[in-house]
Design a protein around this ligand. Structure first.
Ligand SMILES: Nc1nc2c(ncn2[C@@H]2O[C@H](COP(=O)(O)OP(=O)(O)OP(=O)(O)O)[C@@H](O)[C@H]2O)c(=O)[nH]1
Ligand SMILES: [Mg+2]
Length: 186
């Protein structure tokens, strides 16, 4: 199943590092702002095959078109903030509002992700605060470190768990292709 997902979050929170860690298991310190980046990652999760299309849009408000396109096509969203930057947590609500507003829905498959958990002495956002926001939004919460790879696969798998039932994906046998299944969005 082709599964487009959107990566949102304030500038510098680690969106690209999380994607690179997940897709290629690599990590670079140098910071290069993203305008738009798309990654493809095949993954087997809960015995289902997914071709994840991971779209990272610019965190700069100026690139409105990218936002709109990514929101339009995505089945689920990772909303990322930086555990060492409190302002980046406040931005999550803005991204969520924008996504719900464009999709004209009250809920979408989404995970709130606190990144840079390795920077323990610089932490500004308590786990409880991140969890409280996630509870308010009725979405799961997880803390990760792109630098050390902590919980990186897990946050994508959690999103697939959210996407799977909420889009009512039903496995159906494809005609003329024994053993092959496809997913229908109802
Ligand atoms: N210590 C630590 N630093 C991180 C981690 N993830 C990202 N960084 C650093 O944060 C900076 C920004 O990371 P990016 O992945 O480029 O951030 P981004 O959200 O993609 O930024 P934009 O594309 O500009 O919106 C880089 O200098 C990274 O080295 C992490 O898990 N731990
Ligand atoms: Mg980036």
């Amino acid at each position: 199943m082709n599964c487009p997902i959107g990566i949102f979050g304030d500038t510098g929170v680690g969106k690209s590092r999380i994607c690179n860690r997940f897709v290629s298991n690599c990590y670079e310190e140098d910071y290069m702002p993203t305008i738009f980046c798309s990654y493809i990652k095949p993954i087997v999760h809960q015995k289902n095959f997914y071709s994840l299309e991971i779209n990272e849009s610019a965190s700069d408000e100026g690139f409105v078109t990218d936002y709109t396109d990514v929101i339009e096509k995505s089945l689920g969203f990772l909303c990322i903030f930086d555990l060492t930057q409190e302002t980046s947590l406040h931005k999550i609500s803005e991204f969520r509002y924008r996504i719900l507003n464009q999709k004209n829905l009250t809920k979408v498959p989404m995970i709130i992700v606190g990144n840079k958990s390795d920077l323990t002495s610089e932490r500004k956002v308590l786990s409880e605060t991140g969890q409280m926001l996630a509870d308010k939004c009725c979405v799961p919460y997880i803390e990760v470190s792109a630098k050390f790879g902590t919980n990186i696969s897990k946050c994508f798998e959690m999103l697939l768990d959210e996407i799977h039932p909420k889009n009512n994906l039903i496995p159906v046998k494809r005609k003329g292709c024994l053993g092959c299944i496809q997913w229908l969005v109802t």
